[in-house]
Design a protein around this ligand. Sequence first.
Ligand SMILES: [Zn+2]
Length: 367
Amino acid sequence: MLETTTYTSYGGGNGCCWKNIWNMELPSKIKIFLWKACHNWLPKMVNLARRRVSVDGFCPVCKNNYETTLHAIWGCSGLKVVRSSFGFLKGMNSGKFQEFQDFFNSCVQTLDSDVMVLLCVIWWRNWHLRNQLVHESGRSGLKAVVSWSMNYISNYRDAMLTGAAARKRDVIPKAVKWEAPRRGVFKLNTDAALDVRLLRTGLGMVIRDHTGFVMASWAQRLEANYSPLVAEAMAIFRGITFAVEAGLVPIVVESDALAVVNLINAGDQIHAEIGLVVCDIRNLLKSIECGQVVFVFRMVNVVAHLLAKLALSLDEGRFWIEEYPLCVETVYPRRLSYLVCCAWFFLINFPSKKTKGKVITQLELSQ
Ligand SMILES: [Zn+2]
């Protein structure tokens, strides 16, 4: 016999639940999932049994309890590893709640908003993995649910920030060529490159003076799989740190990551992963006279771009004092005219079938 529970009907007293869900920083598909979960609309064994479909209503994973919404996405003994690695609900026993909606509302009242967002993504992920396990006999991947969910939120926020920045058209400058800073000021160009297959991040940085003379250039490889925005912010942070330590200040920093530049200059508090790096950059800028970060098109940022690509193939960080590394010098001689540089830029980034092999060979040989 199935337990008889009173299921909340659509609408009645759910305004609060709806408002809580809709105010969360989550993709619509997860909000809809939560809305369904709060209304017991997810297809579970208990519901099928009530509709007299020939199932016993028991959880197909643990086979120990009736499969309610709360059991399927949080309470099941099969999810113990997720619950223990989440760790924010200590002292809060989901077992005392019959309805998912009550548990959800209780969590909203107890948890910090960022932790609540994480928990919602975890529930959504648990539901997806459970379905995979039950219907496709797939591997569950439960151990990684929490880290997967954190990563998911970070990527979602990065995407939101990029979209918001792209809409701010007024910050795009007219300049499309590298311009020397005014006398007495140094210019730092930074860029980042990612190797998603080998989980590496490459940072490229170059500092030039008011005549365009290269003071220093360097490439650094990090054994970490940062999101594109965090990687770009890391390059700016490392670049300014070096400039300050080497006394190459005051400085103007140029990056081709518009979203990051806007975040640094906006001055708002940022909760996403990138917030920590942006905060460090702001603090560094405050400590030096006349420090500013501006956006440039990638075409203008080509040296830093090449250094970042080069960094992916290096074992350790490399510095070049008053010069570029040979491979960059080969494709971007310091005295080469602007037009030729542009041509090289397009060859590297959009190579035809004929030229692709040549450019790669040249880069490899020179390294
Ligand atoms: Zn179960």
